[in-house]
Design a binder for this molecule. Structure first.
Ligand SMILES: Nc1ncnc2c1ncn2[C@@H]1O[C@H](COP(=O)(O)OP(=O)(O)OP(=O)(O)O)[C@@H](O)[C@H]1O
Length: 320
């Protein structure tokens, strides 16, 4: 759905040149939700604005929804939906339904087709019954769902969402996540969304592209990214000689690391889920009385820390 090669954008400012995006490659397959994760200023919005034709790349090329970004920008725009970051202030008195019809007509739909589209779109985004409501009177969550509706009015197969849940309360975020999932699962759309939030990328994305200082520093599934970092830690509480238990664990499993605390054994393994059964069998066979076992996976914050030496959470803790 998206192939970008060496996509680059720099800005000239009074104090010099800002290299916002430094030659990134990006491949997004149809039917995926791909999360663009990174701290403030990483280049996420600039990337989305280039891929949606709103900003010309300084260099590089891309094919978006089958059309060439440079030579067929109109075709790109016809095939995609774009939901910008929150912030646009509607004209006073603008009503939700009218605004969607206007947008649909701008996309070339007849009034009748636009109204028909609204009949299916509004319930899908929990906006049923709000067509006559002024935009200024919507709640934060309703307003953001309206923004998403605006990007979906022409039923695009590729949707760009720029920080869709920033500023929403936890319940509205979770609700919007459901709608984003349904874009993929019900409408068969491909989604490229930027986010600051680790939990959001983890919960929604089939793949995560981590950006930092205008570059892609990692690109993989959430699980693979986490596995690449540190492995899982399996903690086993056992009665008996922990050092002997550690020897048993070493014979039973390929360990990346092991340590003991007061009454527990901590084992670092590549896949915690696959390690538990052989570990428990081996300890049991050696007569150890097991009390509890738990598996902890590294978080995406650990991934970011390993990749960049900084914590994403420190820079961009969610307000909620
Ligand atoms: N029009 C512009 N003129 C000058 N510099 C810009 C412009 N737009 C973006 N930048 C700079 O480019 C860099 C990347 O910005 P961008 O908005 O793409 O980051 P981002 O990852 O989307 O950040 P955020 O999460 O805060 O939206 C930043 O250093 C920003 O200040």
């Amino acid at each position: 759905m998206i192939t970008a090669r060496a996509l680059t954008r720099s800005f000239r400012t009074k104090t010099g040149t800002v290299d916002a995006v430094r030659g990134i490659d990006l491949d997004v397959a149809a039917g995926q939700i791909v999360g663009l994760l990174g701290p403030n200023g990483a280049g996420k919005t600039t990337t989305l604005r280039m891929l949606t034709t709103l900003l010309a790349p300084t260099s590089g090329e891309a094919t978006v929804a089958g059309a060439d970004l440079r030579t067929q920008p109109r075709e790109v725009r016809r095939r995609i939906g774009y939901v910008a970051q929150i912030g646009a202030t509607p004209a006073p008195g603008t009503r939700l339904g009218e605004e969607l019809v206007v947008q649909a007509r701008l996309q070339g739909m007849s009034r009748a087709a636009a109204e028909e589209r609204l009949r299916t779109l509004l319930p899908r985004l929990d906006l049923d019954g709000l067509a006559a409501r002024a935009l200024a009177e919507l709640s934060g969550g309703q307003r953001r769902r309206f923004d998403v509706a605006l990007g979906l009015v022409h039923d695009p197969k590729l949707v760009f969402l720029d920080e869709p849940t920033t500023g929403l309360d936890p319940q509205s975020r979770a609700n919007l996540w459901e709608h984003i999932r349904s874009l993929r699962d019900v409408s068969g759309a491909t989604v490229l969304m930027s986010t600051h939030y680790l939990d959001e990328a983890d919960a929604l994305a089939d793949r995560i592209v981590v950006m930092d200082h205008g570059e892609v520093v990692a690109d993989d599934t959430p699980d693979a990214l986490k596995a690449q970092v540190a492995g899982d830690v399996v903690t086993v509480h056992v009665d008996g000689d922990l050092h002997r238990a550690e020897q048993v664990a070493r014979r039973a499993l390929p360990l990346r690391g092991a340590s003991t605390s007061a009454d527990a054994l901590h084992l670092t393994v590549e896949r915690g889920d696959l390690a538990v059964a052989p570990l428990l069998r081996a300890l049991d066979a050696e007569g150890f009385a097991l009390r509890t076992v738990s598996v902890a996976r590294p978080t995406l914050d650990d991934v970011f820390l390993t990749l960049t030496g900084r914590s994403l959470r420190e820079e961009t803790a969610p307000a909620a």
